[in-house]
Design a protein around this ligand. Structure first.
Ligand code: SF4
Ligand code: SF4
Length: 443
């Protein structure tokens, strides 16, 4: 097993680590399939409001490859189809019946897997709504089934600091995990299985399958950050990756022939030690979040997640909710306060001298200002970029310069935006630059 310990990243201790106990949530009244957290998708609706659907009925597909479908995680009736600006699909909401009636796709055993031709396996995964769990770097688009990946990274830890613990996720699921790895080996011989150091103790039963142990400094376990530190040649930039829960869904779908409907979710709020929760995929946010103060900021990642409307449902890839106090008003005499509880990576507050857990909030501490060339963003970037230089190249429409400065290595961790004292949305600017470049390449 190799060890990866990048020297940069977010090193503070944050409050809110979930409890390791696991509870199962009740069946929700509605589930939603959101198109909002699916990078690059061009959704095409396949159902109408009031239409009856089974568990596994396709709700929408990706116009770029209509074989890639997003299936209903429950049986019931299409209650609402929500659109945003320019009629962009936000989510399809299903009012659930009391029982599931599954679309049957037919199971695949380990013996069948060996016999199944590659194209049939790909078609089956697309039909079953699980192919899109495989993502391709650097754009994080759906993996291109027409090419063989140079390597596949299996991320045992999720996007957030407090995403579901892989020990909990894998408990009683090791045969499915092994089956999932066997499926990945059909596409590529080089499989990287990476886990955070702090997760290792609970991962003893699968230790022999883990190839890389990464440090606990956020975002060392991000697939883009892992690739940056292990890649040896440019061709490896198009590596695929998959998160462990998605790999289990893929394996469960093949083994049972049914669309998997449950996932493990964590919710963090202040010092609360909330349990891990097994919930229906696309569960309503209020069911997951419970009671929270009005005006709270709900995100699906502390540094790079999506801001969630409390009246919607969890996204297709999302497994964590953070409930943060949102206090946009300026703090009275804030400049005179020592900041014992304030997170700081620039050592601006006394909290940097004290070994204690700090809490994040949604406060901006002022408005966006001009770049002051402090290089804080450069000092924290886990993939050694100079985000302010890339931003300036993008602002000057010089994509070639941005690419030369390593734009495509950005793993969208959000730390540069978090640390910037001028409150410049560096991650958004770089992400938009990458997405525009990807779209232009696709033509
Ligand atoms: S440029 Fe910003 S978002 Fe991208 S990897 Fe560096 S710190 Fe993270
Ligand atoms: S952290 Fe912000 S102000 Fe400092 S160099 Fe980077 S972009 Fe400029």
């Amino acid at each position: 097993m190799e060890t990866l310990a990048p020297s940069k990243g977010f090193k503070l201790k944050l409050a809110g680590m979930p409890d390791t106990s696991v509870i199962r949530l009740t069946r929700p009244a509605t589930v939603g399939v959101s198109a909002q957290d699916i990078p690059h998708i061009r959704p095409k609706l396949l159902v109408k409001e009031k239409e009856a659907v089974k568990t596994g009925t396709p709700l929408f597909c990706d116009k770029r490859d209509p074989a890639i479908q997003y299936l209903s995680p429950g049986t019931g009736t299409v209650k609402q189809i929500c659109f945003g600006a320019r009629r962009r699909l936000l989510e399809v909401v299903i009012a659930l019946d009391s029982m599931d009636d599954f679309v049957e796709f037919g199971p695949v055993t380990s013996a069948d897997l060996v016999q199944l031709p590659d194209q049939e396996l790909i078609d089956r995964l697309k039909q079953g709504g699980v192919w899109q769990s495989l993502r391709q770097l650097p754009a994080r688009d759906t993996a291109d089934s027409g090419t063989a990946p140079p390597l596949i990274i299996v991320c045992l830890n999720g996007n957030d600091l407090f995403s579901p613990h892989p020990g909990q996720v894998l408990e009683n699921n090791i045969p499915q995990f092994e089956f999932g790895l066997a499926v990945l080996k059909r596409f590529c011989d080089r499989i990287i299985v990476a886990a955070r150091t702090s997760s290792m103790e609970q991962l003893n039963p699968v230790r022999h399958l883990i190839t890389h142990q990464v440090s606990d400094t956020y975002p060392a376990w991000n697939p883009g950050a892992i690739l940056y530190h292990i890649k040896e040649k440019p061709e490896e930039n198009t590596a695929w990756y998959i998160h462990v829960q998605d790999l289990l869904h893929l394996a469960r779908f093949l083994k049972t022939g049914r669309y998997p409907v449950e996932t493990m979710v964590t919710v963090t709020r202040g010092d609360d030690k909330k349990p891990h929760m097994i919930a229906r995929r696309g569960a309503p946010i209020p069911l997951l979040a419970g009671n929270f103060p009005a005006g709270s900021l709900i995100t699906t990642g502390r540094f790079n997640g999506r801001k969630v409307d409390p009246d919607t449902h969890l996204g297709f890839f999302e497994t964590t909710l953070n409930i943060l106090p949102d206090t946009p008003e300026d703090e009275m005499f804030g400049f005179l306060r020592p900041g014992l509880n304030k997170p700081t990576v620039s050592r601006a507050f006394l909290s940097c001298l004290i070994d204690r857990e700090v809490q994040l909030d949604g406060t901006l501490h002022g408005e966006e200002r001009a770049c002051i060339n402090c290089s804080y963003c450069e000092d924290i970037c886990p993939v050694d970029l100079m985000p302010s230089f890339i931003m300036k190249a993008l602002h000057g429409d010089d994509i070639e310069e941005a690419l030369e400065l390593g734009l495509l290595d950005c793993c969208r961790c959000g730390l540069c935006s978090f640390t910037c004292p001028s409150k410049i949305e560096l991650t958004r600017i770089l992400s938009q630059g990458m997405d525009t470049h990807h779209k232009d390449k696709q033509g």
